[in-house]
Design a protein around this ligand. Sequence first.
Ligand code: URP
Ligand code: ZN
Ligand code: ZN
Length: 468
Amino acid sequence: MSAVARTLIKDGTVVTAVDTYRSDVWIENGVITALAHPSQRAAFGQPDVTIDAAGKYVLPGGIDVHTHLDMPFGGTTSSDDFETGTIAAAHGGTTTLVDFAIQQKGTALRTGLDAWHQKAEGKAAIDYGFHMITTDVNDGTLAEMGQLVNEGITSFKLFMAYPGVLYVDDGQIFRAMQRARDLGALICMHAENGIALDVLIAQALARGETAPKFHSLTRPQIAEAEGTHRALCLAEMADCPVYIVHLSAPRALEKVLEARDRGQAAFAETCPQYLFCSFDDLARDDFEGAKYVCTPPLRPKEMQADLWRGLKTNDLQVVSTDHCPFCFKGQKDLGRESFAKIPNGMPGIETRLYLLWDGGVRTGRISMNRFVEITATAPAKIFGLYPHKGTVAVGADADLLVWDGDKEHTLDHANMHMRVDYSPYEGKTVHGAPTHVLSRGKVVVEDGRFVGRSGDGRFVKRSTFALT
Ligand code: URP
Ligand code: ZN
Ligand code: ZN
C-alpha cells in the first residue's frame, strides 16, 4: 500500500486524551484530512483503501520516549538494533520512539549523534528522534547543545548514577541546566546517588552478596529520592524544565509531586516493569532474577500502588519503556559471579501498550483517555512532537492504531518480535492489541504481520520545550 493512497478507517471509535466518539478517519498523503461521522461518508467520495474498524478503537500510535537500541553498555550491546527494535515497537502499537544517543567521554556530542544517525538510517521502520546523553559538560559541549537543538535534538539526559561511565557531577549538571534553559531544551535526569550506591555495592560484594537480588538491596529507594530531590532543586535554581526518567520509588514521586505543586516545570515517567514486576522477580532462584536487573531496580510489590495513583492523578505524566534488552544467554550471564556485572536493562518496547491496556484500562485503574494521554499525547507534548504526533486530529500525521480491546494473547518471547531470548512476562495472558498499525498513513502491521519496510522510518526534528 502506498503512503499517498487515500485511506478510510471506517466505523471505529476514536479515542484521544480528552474525547471518545464514533468517527470515520480520512487519510491522504500520510496525514489525517477529515474526521467525520459515518453518516457523512458519501460526501467524501471513494477511498483507495478501506480499513474496517467497526467494534474497535482508533487511537494515536504510541510514543515511546525512552529506548536504548544498539547501545554499548555493561560490557556488551543492547540486543535490539534499529531494525528489530522498531519492528517490535510497531507490533506493539508504538509508531514513534525517541532513543538516547550517547556522547562517549572525551569526544564531541556531534560524534555521538552522528553514530546514532548511522545506526538508525535505513533501518528504522517507524519514525524516531534522539535525546543526547551528555557525559562531559564543558565549554565545547555547552556550545554544541545549541547546534543540536537547531537540529531537533531538544532534550539532554544526564546521569547522577554510573560513576566513571555516564556520571556527571552537580556542577556539570547545573551548567547544562542553565544552558538548556537558555535554549528552551529539556533536561532528562537519571536521578540516583550513584556515588553512595557504589559504596553499598562494594560493601555487599565484600560480604559475598553476589546474587541478582542484591542489585535492588544496594540501591535503596532513598538514593532515588535524594537524586530526584537534588535534580529538582538544581533545575529550580537554573530555572530549567526537568524530566525524571524511569521513576520507580514512591519517595522519589513525593519529591516530584511537591515540586509540581509549587508550580515547577517538573515531569516524570515510570515504566511498565515498575508497575508489573517487583523485587520478588529479582529474587527468583537459579540466576533467573538476572532477567529483571534494571536501574533503578525493581521495588517491593507494595510500592506499585503509589505509582498507579501517580499515573491517575498526573503526578506521573508518562509511561515509557526504558527498553534496554540483553539476552539471558551470553549477556545477562556475564554477571553470574557478581550482580554488579549483570548488564542493566529489560526488554519492553513491544509490550507497553498491552500491559497498560490490560492491567490499567481493563482493571479500571485508568480510563482509555488517560491511557492515550500517558502513552502518546503527554510524551508528544513534553518532547516537542505535538501536534504532528500524539493525537488523532485533522492535520496530524496518520500514525494510528486500530485497536481491538478484547484480543487475547500471551506475552511469551516466542510470540513476540524483540531480539531477546526471554520475556519478563512469560506465560502472562493479556487482552488488547492492534489489528492495524499505521505509520504516516501506511499500514505497517496488519493482524500481527509486519507489512512495513525497514528504512521507511524518518528522523523527526523535535521542537523546543513549550509546555507551561
Ligand atoms: O537499566 C537500565 N535502565 N538500563 C538503561 C540505562 C538507563 O539508565 O536508562
Ligand atoms: Zn537511566
Ligand atoms: Zn534508560
